[in-house]
Structure formats: structure tokens, C-alpha cells
Design a protein around this ligand. Sequence first.
Ligand code: DAH
Length: 339
Amino acid sequence: MKQQLEEIRESAHEMLAAASSPAELEALRVKFLGKKGELTAILKQMGKLSAQERPVIGQLANDVRSFIEKEISDRSEQLKAIEVKERLEKEKLDVTMPGKHHILGQKHPLSIVLDELKEIFLGMGFSIATGPEVETDYYNFQALNIPKNHPARDTQDTFYINDNILLRTQTSSVQIRVMEKQKPPIRVIAPGRVYRSDAVDATHSPLFHQIEGLVVDKGVTMADLKGTLEIFAQRLYGKDSVVRFRPHHFPFTEPSAEMDIQCFACHGQGCRLCKGEGWIEILGCGMVHPKVLSTCGIDPEEYSGFAFGIGLERIVMRRFNIDDLRLFYENDLRFLNQF
Ligand code: DAH
């Protein structure tokens, strides 16, 4: 028995030293010390021993048990240390490595300024309306008091899809769609793309953007139009900006005007930026024509309104000193990355 115990001690020592994982260690613990383990099997035979032998073997068995227990816990500590060391080596982090740069997209200059315009009008209680870019003749022209053969059609070189369907030449079409659906009070802006078959050059593009505005309510006057658009100009170009309204003609407004902003480079003296004019036109506007109101089922005796149309490209070009509109559509990153 004594020899058996010594053999157990020997083989436990060898096997534990070779164990390479916590699972293996546990299996060995069961093999030697478990209920059906080798040491237990020997202790079960103690009854057969004589009274002198029993304490000696008992003592030895206890020694072997504590020896194995100690070896298991030592080996377990070792394995943990090895695991930590291996992990540290594998996960080595070189803080001097150069970082990986991801190219981030950013807002297009047209979107930057459009978002600003929206903010300004939302702050004045406007909401945002939309309409289709593929429109019918009715919404783009007829309902806006531009019947067939009206000379105003010539100034808007239209992409016709057929006699009746076209690409909208102005966001004014959205005015009609809003008034058909919504009863006054109305206070909306409608930003969007418009199309005209213009040849491409530094100031013309067959696709460009407008922001339409429409206010309809009881007792709306030209003073409301001027006040709203003056505040708009000041928010956009700064408190000191000066505007003027010049009489003009649009078929869907009466009276009609264009709003100019005093050139902030020369303060009205005339310079290269304003082409010697001293003023720069930024929008068309006017009081909604009574015919347009009644076409949309709004009684012009009861309600009145004003409308305006802003060309987005021109405003953005002024803002960032861009002299060629084609840059907006070419998607050249050297241009876009400057904003
Ligand atoms: N639709 C006009 C254009 O494209 C701009 C415009 C002028 C819109 C006066 C309006 C307005 O709503 O009242 O030239």
C-alpha cells in the first residue's frame, strides 16, 4: 500500500506538471482525489490493515492528498500566469502606429445655405411644403395665370415631356398644390429643384434650385411681405444689410416686385461684385393675384396673400464668393472639401 501511495504521488506529480489547461487539471483532480479516484480507492482498503500499520499508512495517505492538492493549486496559478502572458503578447498595441483616417462626407454648399434658409423661415412660423418635379402644364403655368401662348412662357424654356406634362420651371407650382389642399391661414416655403433648357455656362444650368414662399390669410398686405423679406435678408446677410423693392411683373402676383440687397462690398457705390450696380437682385415677390386665389377655391374678397421665389444658387455663390455655378454640380472633391 505504501508503495501504491508513493506511485500515486509520483504519477500525479508528473501528470500535473504536464497539464496544460484548467480542464485537464480538473480531470486529474477527479482521477486522483475524486470519490472514485485512486487515492480514495486505497483509503477504502485501510480496514484490512493491522492496528500498527493503519496510522502510518493513514498519515502517508494524508501527506499524498495534501501534496496533490498543493500541486494542483500551484499548477493552476502557473497556467493562469501563462495565459495572461500569452494574451498580453498577442494583444500588443503599438501606440506609435499611424492612425487610419476615414474620409467623411460633408454637406454640399447648397445644402448648408438651404438649411440656414429653412431655419430662418421655420423660426418665423413657416412650414415646409413639397411638390413633384414632373408637373402638369396646369400647375406650372395655367393655374398661375400663365395661359397657353402667354409671353411669360417664352422666358422659361421648358422641358416638355408631352403637351401636358413637363419638368417644372419654377417652384411656384407648389403654391397651387398647397392652396388646393389647405385652407388659410397658410404659411409655407417650398424648396426644390427646377428645370429650364438653358445652355450651361458660369451662371446658367438646366437644373437649379428655388425656394418658394407663400402666405395667405385675412388682411395680409404688402407691408407683411416687406417686413418678412427684410427680416429674412437681415438674418441671412447680417443686421446691417439694406434691401430695396423694385417694381416688376409676374403673372401670378399683383403688384409684383424684385428685392435687391445693397452690395456689401461697395455699399451701393458699384463695384466688380455687383457689376457696377450697387445692388444685387435676390428674389421675386408680390401679392398673390386674385385670379390665382380663386382658381384654388380661396375667396380673394376674404383673403389675401403674398408670395416670393428665391434662387438658391445665386445666394450661395454670393455667400461663398463662388464665381462659377458649374462647380456645384461637378462633385469635384477639391471644391466640396472647402466647405
Ligand atoms: N417663379 C418666379 C421665377 O421663377 C419667381 C417668383 C416671383 C416666385 C414672384 C414668386 C413670386 O412666388 O411671387 O422667376
